[in-house]
Design a protein around this ligand. Structure first.
Ligand code: V47
Ligand code: SF4
Length: 364
C-alpha cells in the first residue's frame, strides 16, 4: 500500500477523522483495493456484516418543473407533450400497489410545478396517511421545501411543521448536487444555493425529521468540489446528527445538456468508498442500484456500502437520462445479491428499524 494510503488506513483504524487532503489522495489513487479495504474497515466497525435494503415504491407526481437544471432529463415545461401531472387517483393506485407488495415506504419527489398549490401537497400527504397509515412517507427534496415556502410566503419552519402534521415522515437527500457555487452555477444556476440546501436541512433536522444527503458526480465537477461538498455535509452532521445516509448519485448524460459519457465502475466505487471514509459521522452509505447498476452496487458492498436502497418499482428521473439498469428488483433478487457478497441481508424500514433479517438458509 502507498505510504499516504497507509497513513489514512492507520487513522481510520484508530477511529480518527481523515482530512480533505486525505480524501483527495483517495480519489486520485488507482490502488482501488487499498481504498476498498479502508472503507470496509470503516463500514464494518459500525455495521458489521449486515447490509440493508427496503421494500419501497417511488412516486414522482409531476415532471413539470420551473427549473431547468442542465443535468436533468426528467423535467419538462407545461407545454411539452411528455409533461405529466398525476391525479390523486393515480397516486393512490401506486400506493395501493406498494401496500400489496408489503412495502414500508413511499418515496415521493417531483418537479417544481408552477401552478400546483401547497394545499395540493398537504392533501396528498393527508390522504395517503389516512388510507395507508402503515407506509412511511419520505417526500420532498430541500428544493421542493424552498419552493413551498416561496409560493406560500410561509417560513421554512411553518412549511415543515404543516407537512409533518399531515404525515411527512422524513426527507430524501436530493437537490444537493454539488454545493460549490462555481460548479453549481454551471449545472443548475436556477436551483437554490448549496448554502440554502444546508440551511433547509438544518431546519428539517431541528424539527425532528431525519433526511438523507446526496452528491451528484460525473459531470463537470472537480475532485476538490466533491471533497468540499462532503466537508459541508460532515460539518452539518456534526451539528445536527439528522442525516441517515449518504448517497453519491452517478450522473447519466442522455437527453441532458451536459456532454459527458456515463461514469465508470471505478469512479462509482471510489465515490462510495471515499464517502464512507470521509463521512465518519454518517452511519449509512447507500448505493442506489438504479444509478450504478446492480452489479456495481453488489461489488460496492466491499467498498464501504451497507445499504442498496430498495425495490423501487418505477423510476423516472434516471431513466429519462438513459439509465441502463431496470426499474424494479424483487426482495429475492436483493437478498441473493447481498448474500453472494458474503453479507447478511436485512430488510429495514425508512428509519433503519429491522423489518426482517435473512440469516443463512432463510428463504425470501
Ligand atoms: O437531485 C437528476 C439526480 C436526484 C440526473 O434520499 C440525476 O434515499 C443522475 O435524490 N443523472 C433525485 N442523477 C433523486 C434522489 C434520490 C434517489 C434515490 C434515493 C434517494 C434517497 C434520493 O436525482 C436529483 C439529482 O441529483 N438527478 N438528473 C441525471 N441525469
Ligand atoms: Fe427540476 Fe429537480 Fe430536474 Fe432541477 S433536478 S430541473 S429542480 S426536477
Amino acid at each position: 500500500m502507498e505510504a499516504s494510503l497507509q497513513g489514512i488506513r492507520d487513522k481510520v483504524t484508530a477511529g480518527e477523522r481523515v482530512s480533505e487532503e486525505d480524501a483527495l489522495a483517495l480519489f486520485r489513487t488507482r490502488d482501488i483495493h487499498a481504498v476498498g479495504e479502508i472503507a470496509d474497515i470503516a463500514n464494518r466497525r459500525r455495521n458489521g456484516d449486515r447490509v440493508y435494503f427496503i421494500v419501497n415504491r417511488h412516486i414522482n407526481p409531476t415532471n413539470i418543473c420551473v427549473n431547468r437544471c442542465r443535468f436533468c432529463a426528467f423535467s419538462k415545461s407545461k407545454e411539452d407533450p411528455l409533461a405529466y401531472t398525476m391525479t390523486m387517483d393515480e397516486i393512490l393506485v401506486r400506493a395501493e400497489e406498494a401496500r400489496s407488495q408489503n412495502a414500508t415506504e413511499l418515496h415521493i419527489v417531483g418537479g417544481l410545478h408552477p401552478d400546483l398549490s401547497f394545499d395540493f401537497y398537504l392533501r396528498m400527504l393527508k390522504t395517503l396517511r389516512e388510507r395507508f397509515p402503515e407506509l412511511h412517507i419520505q417526500a420532498f427534496t430541500a428544493v421542493e421545501i424552498d419552493h413551498f415556502s416561496r409560493i406560500t410566503g410561509l417560513s421554512l419552519g411553518e412549511v415543515i411543521r404543516q407537512l409533518k402534521e399531515v404525515g411527512l415522515g422524513s426527507l430524501p437527500g436530493g437537490g444537493a448536487e454539488i454545493f460549490a457555487p462555481e460548479i453549481r452555477n454551471l449545472i443548475c444556476s436556477e436551483k437554490i444555493s448549496g448554502d440554502r440546501w444546508l440551511e433547509i436541512m438544518e431546519e428539517v433536522h431541528g424539527a425532528g425529521l431525519k433526511s438523507n444527503a446526496t452528491m451528484l458526480y460525473g459531470h463537470v465537477e472537480t475532485l476538490e468540489s466533491r471533497v468540499d461538498h462532503m466537508r459541508r455535509l460532515r460539518e452539518l452532521q456534526d451539528r445536527t446528527g439528522g442525516f441517515q445516509s449518504f448517497i453519491p448519485l452517478a450522473f447519466h448524460p442522455k437527453n441532458t445538456e451536459i456532454a459527458k459519457g456515463y461514469t465508470t465502475g471505478i469512479e462509482d466505487l471510489l465515490s462510495l468508498a471515499v464517502g464512507r471514509i470521509f463521512l465518519d459521522n454518517f452511519r449509512h452509505v447507500k448505493s442506489f442500484w438504479i444509478m450504478v447498476g446492480p452489479k456495481v452496487a453488489q461489488v460496492s458492498l466491499h467498498f464501504g456500502v451497507n445499504d442498496i436502497d430498495g425495490t423501487v418499482v418505477e423510476e423516472k428521473i434516471t431513466h429519462a437520462a438513459g439509465a441502463r439498469a431496470g426499474q424494479e428488483m424483487t426482495v429475492s433478487e436483493l437478498v441473493t445479491m447481498i448474500r453472494q457478497a458474503g453479507r447478511i441481508p436485512v430488510e429495514r424500514d425508512t428509519l433503519y428499524n429491522v423489518v426482517r433479517e435473512w440469516p443463512e438458509g432463510a428463504t425470501a
